[in-house]
Design a protein around this ligand. Structure first.
Ligand SMILES: NC(=O)c1ccc[n+]([C@@H]2O[C@H](COP(=O)([O-])OP(=O)(O)OC[C@H]3O[C@@H](n4cnc5c(N)ncnc54)[C@H](OP(=O)(O)O)[C@@H]3O)[C@@H](O)[C@H]2O)c1
Length: 328
């Protein structure tokens, strides 16, 4: 009896070990490693080079992912739920087709409600609207779940663009790889980055992953024009998107009262905000001003009937001070 029991125990141990090995292999294939670039197959956008050109007549740019993206959108940073819902709805009514939100803004659900309101009223169809959201740093170790959670909060079947909110060398490659899996699964259409301010840091991420970032969203405005990063990302066909395009809440008057900007605005009979937005678009920066005010939203979209001359663009470029308003 004792012999029989020993044999049974041996068999159990063998089975347990075999099971562990199988489980170990399975989980290794399900969660790809984050090893060096040499172990990775490049994806289909690896050959795309050069800074994407804007079609201001169509108000869009074609990303290196192949998808078209509106070049002017509305941002949701620091908006309450009711503000975000109304601003999304007002924006779509005013003509905007791009909305920029983030998990950390806490208003993805409200954006989804504003979008559904506009769809129910026949203002837009889901396919007309480009939704961007961002994966927050504390979710980087659980990227697959973070994608699903954003999809569910927004109430959409796919997200047009998801970007990592900040560089975080400890685990941003793993988070980006989760977004790559979500692209393969049809949950995300394009993926990109935000708050990568050093070319080397951008390359670190690109070299460890397989889909080139479609977009880089960094603080960018006339006092911080992001020239170096823009030149750098052009080699991957990545486009720049400006956050704090008007300087950010609390700083806008600094830019609005800049003598060069007010003079250009006066000569076109436009507001300083409109001139700054127009400068972003003509400079090739996707622009996402934030607003909770319907009149401002209408004004921010009314930038298609005038053009800054070469001389005016040069005067705006001359305002570069390498000065950021935020400290992150
Ligand atoms: N990736 C990141 O880390 C990051 C960081 C910050 C922001 N962002 C994104 O970028 C978006 C834009 O940034 P932001 O909203 O912080 O700053 P912003 O767009 O530079 O400035 C927003 C400020 O501009 C005012 N404004 C907008 N249109 C105006 C107009 N026509 N006339 C006068 N004032 C006007 C708004 O006030 P009213 O509400 O009164 O109109 C608000 O005070 C954000 O909403 C967010 O989506 C991303």
């Amino acid at each position: 009896m004792r012999k029989f029991r020993s044999l049974f125990l041996l068999l159990l141990i063998a089975l347990t070990f075999t099971g562990c090995a199988v489980n170990g292999n399975t989980s290794n294939t399900a969660v790809p490693d984050s090893g060096p670039a040499s172990t990775k197959e490049p994806r289909d956008n690896a050959g795309v080079e050069g800074y994407p050109s804007f079609d201001l007549a169509k108000k869009t740019v074609t990303l290196n992912s192949g998808y078209e993206m509106p070049v002017l959108g509305l941002g949701m940073f620091s908006l309450s739920d009711s503000q975000a819902e109304n601003s999304t709805y007002w924006a779509l009514k005013a003509g905007f087709r791009l909305i920029d939100t983030a998990r950390i803004y806490g208003n993805e659900e409200a954006v989804g409600r504003g979008l559904r309101r506009a769809i129910e009223e026949g203002i837009v169809k889901r396919g007309d609207v480009f939704i961007t959201t961002k994966m927050w740093t504390s979710d980087f170790d659980n990227g697959d779940a973070a994608v699903d959670a954003s999809l569910s909060r927004l109430g959409v079947e796919y997200i047009d663009l998801m970007i990592l909110h900040h560089s975080q060398p400890r685990n941003d490659v793993a988070a980006y790889q989760a977004m790559e899996r979500a692209v393969d699964a049809g949950k995300l259409r394009s993926i990109g980055l935000s708050n990568y301010y050093e070319p080397d840091d951008f390359d670190r991420l690109v070299n460890a992953t397989t889909i080139r970032p479609a977009l880089l969203q960094n603080e960018t405005h006339p006092y911080h024009q992001s020239g170096e990063m823009k030149e750098h990302i052009a080699k991957y066909g990545t486009v720049l998107e400006s956050w704090f395009p008007l300087g950010g809440r609390g700083n806008t008057q600094t830019l609005f009262n800049d003598p060069a900007i007010s003079a250009i605005a006066a000569s076109h009979g436009k507001s300083a905000a409109q001139v700054i937005i127009r400068w972003h678009l003509q400079a090739g920066n996707i622009c996402i001003p934030g607003s909770s005010n319907e009149q401002h939203i209408i004004e921010d979209y009314d930038v298609w009937d005038f053009e800054l001359s070469e001389d005016e663009m040069a005067r705006m470029t001359a305002l570069e001070k390498d000065e950021r308003f935020a400290d992150y």
